[in-house]
Write a protein that binds this ligand. Sequence first.
Ligand code: NAP
Length: 635
Amino acid sequence: MTVTDAAETVALLEEHIRAGAELPVLLMTTAHLTGDYALLTPGRRPGVVFGKLRCEVEPDEREAILADCAERLRGFLAAGAPVPPLTFDVLHRIAAWAVGKEIEPFVPLLAEEMVLGSQDPRRPGWSKARIAPDRPFSVGIVGGGESGIIAAIRLAQAGIPYTLYEKNAALGGTWLENRYPGCRVDINSYVYSYASAPAAWPEYFGQQPEVLAYLQDVARQHGVEERTRFGCAVQAARWDEAASAWELRLADDGGEAVRTHQAVIFAVGQLNRPALPDIPGRDDFAGPAFHSARWDHDAALDGKDVGVIGTGASACQFIPKVAERAGSVRVFARTTTWLLPTPELHEALPDSALWLMANLPAYRQWYRASMLMMQGPGLLDRITHDPAYPASERAISESNDALRASLQGWIEAQIADRPDLRDALIPDSPVGAKRILRDNGSWIRALRRDNLRVVRTRIERIVPDGLVTTDGEHHRLDALIYGTGFQAARFLQPMTITGRGGVDLHEHWGENPRAYLGLTVPNFPNMFVMYGPNTNLVVHGGSIILFSELSAKYILGAIRCLLDADARSLEVRGDIHETYNARVDATNARRAWGWSGVSSWYKNGEGRVTQNFPFTIAEYWQRTDRFEPGEYLLR
Ligand code: NAP
């Protein structure tokens, strides 16, 4: 979208506001730029309707608001005044209006997320140049997905030498590996992107090639590729006490090698090792069989009888595409998942919305903020167990039940004539127990197709020409696709990681990986895990990219502390780690994903929630904003 000059912007403003503005975003932007908070009346306060902020006003009032905002903004732009800074007071007044409840803890996070101009509040405000020049110090980053990339950028900004080790031939992580048909983000792209690296996303929910190109582009701008060893898998990491350094054992085309770094950041994600189901006969299937993250684009699917195991976030994106080509599709659905109605899921932004993002100062920032606000402070409450409520697998609180009713109503309206699909679409677990999927109706339409059948009966075994379910039915198949997810709870596997005193990380963790803030583990000095245990966001608002940005800020704070103190090692205190994790477990047990007995990748084999972050995202901001040396042992 081209950026227009000031006079042209003034001339075109009203036209684009009428054609492309979202009312809550427009009101917030106008109040911010003009300082006229009287615009933000209680009657105009937006509500959250199916995951989006909306002002429920009559058409006449809507017209009046659009015209009023356009006039005020024309005045602001014509005067050529600078964009007012986003002070705490400005953010607080506007966010409190939008969310309608006390939002104070959320405001500093918003301030960082709404990067105006070239400011980058999360850029480290220090440089290694201050540190004694004779001290050897470099960082090894393992993994070049979204978290490894932001860690690399921040280290470079602080002048800390690093090498990034990436097993693939290119950066991008999960967005490089997942290339199945229909793959796209299911978090709005204007939030699923780095705060300081905005992009003009043409669609609300960017498709895989665009997301990959974006990540690689940002990395390229910061010289990350030049410092990356591609095709290089880290097999083992060992803390060398005498040298106060990590020895990384690497394997690439040239064989094995050892590299030493004083600190290591594991940025390998939670969702990169495909999980194949342990079903008897799996290796016997004669036709093409592959996992969604290892899509076989050469496999013949056109006109074929295709079986799909799984109905998670990946499967609900690729099944509609496969069903368009296949002769028949059988979907083996063990459990089902709630759907969040999202009409714009496959839509491009109107040209006028893109114009406003590019030309109306702060509009893009308020749009991003609105995405955070709509979920941030409130939705967690609605998926939390109320001890006074007769909780069941139907609902765990009154507001959880109301949420169920609204989602169920939306589904039922589309299958009134197909009661056979109720069982496949209406979960028997509370909203929030499993990951909520987005749908614009295309998933439900796919399940309604004549060539698709949903099978709820359990699979007994896989045979050369299909599957046999426990009711004895033989499902003849030409191809089999596993949409069966990832080995999420097996953090940092298959690497061998040995810490202080020869402690093996996987033996130490067993089935229960834990870390302080998801980032640091006692006995593993100078080691950081990004997207580590209990850092997965569900209904918190934001995206994993936001979490990675906060984690990277914290890690840089830790490294600064280490260097400033001229200490050799830094390691989280056991008591701090234990107290934090006790709170994590207690809080997770109250959330729908911990309370419900339904299966999900949020839990380990013992039913403990190992993946999800239980607190608000504002709390993660507070806890990671400042590195607290008192919580660590510096040696
Ligand atoms: P998933 O959510 O873990 O879903 C796996 C599916 O396979 C579930 O339906 C599961 O059934 C089924 N399954 C697993 N083992 C089975 C077995 N032995 N027999 C029968 N069914 C079995 O995996 P995913 O869909 O790949 O998604 C994983 C995560 O990746 C998502 O939750 C999301 O965080 C991320 N993701 C994001 C996007 C996006 O942003 N667009 C897209 C894809 C994935 P049960 O439910 O009964 O266990």
